[in-house]
Design a protein. Structure first.
Lengths: 116, 112
């Protein structure tokens, strides 16, 4: 099973709303990632969790708040977003077990977010 | 200068053609390299990792030149189903602790 699942598939929210994006994998991967992708642009890394600890935060505004409740789950809490935050939010995971191996990331289908 | 650059595209090629994509990276500390493909409105999917010795998977061949900081992807006998955006991905290290950079992507359309 090489599947990463994300919910919801689509989300429309107002600028005063609070919502959460969810990501789940059951591959035993210990690294999980959040990316933001705008149309016709490549994914941009937002956060990396390794062994349930935040290891990289790419200077993301505090209105995005990641959470890793356990090794299979990754959440992204959203609050007071702006219309320019509308994008595809992708979750990915990788094994992160061995420094001598190249790490393949497996992506979920993404959540399409529209902020009004 | 962007850390990872790719051919701007788009590439429009007939079925059966051979097409080559190029990617350059600026950080000589980069350790691992990948090609992903992304279909319209879908997530990126790994096409192949790129090894120093070069590697081949069916119609796809990837090459890495560390001295020139250059990666390539060759697709032989193009199929309609190869139409997608091809993303070059560079990782400064070999694990998640190190920064992953996506290139801007090159769009390929294979025409009947």
């Amino acid at each position: 099973d090489t599947e990463v699942t994300q919910t919801p598939k689509h989300l429309v929210m107002g600028m005063t709303n609070k919502k959460s994006l969810k990501c789940e994998q059951h591959m035993g991967h210990r690294a999980m990632y959040w990316y933001k992708q705008k149309a016709k642009k490549p994914p941009e890394l937002m956060f990396v969790y390794s062994y349930e600890k935040l290891s990289i935060n790419e200077s993301v505004p505090s209105r995005f708040s990641p959470e890793c409740p356990n090794s299979s789950l990754l959440n992204l809490h959203l609050h007071a977003l702006q219309p320019e935050d509308s994008a595809l939010y992708l979750c990915a995971s990788s094994q992160d077990l061995d420094r001598d191996r190249q790490e393949t990331q497996y992506f979920g289908p993404g959540t399409r977010l529209l902020v009004l | 200068r962007k850390e990872v650059e790719q051919d701007p595209g788009p590439f429009n090629v007939p079925e059966g053609a051979t097409v080559a994509f190029n990617c350059t990276y600026s950080n000589s500390a980069s350790q691992s390299f990948f090609w992903y493909r992304q279909d319209c409105r879908k997530e990126p999917k790994l096409l192949m990792s790129v090894y120093s010795s070069g590697n081949e998977d069916g119609r796809f061949t990837a090459q890495l030149n560390r001295a020139s900081q250059y990666i390539s992807l060759l697709i032989r006998d193009s199929k309609l189903s190869d139409s997608a955006t091809y993303l070059c991905v560079v990782n400064r290290g070999k694990t998640s602790y190190d920064k992953v950079i996506f290139g801007p992507g090159t769009s390929l359309s294979v025409i009947p």
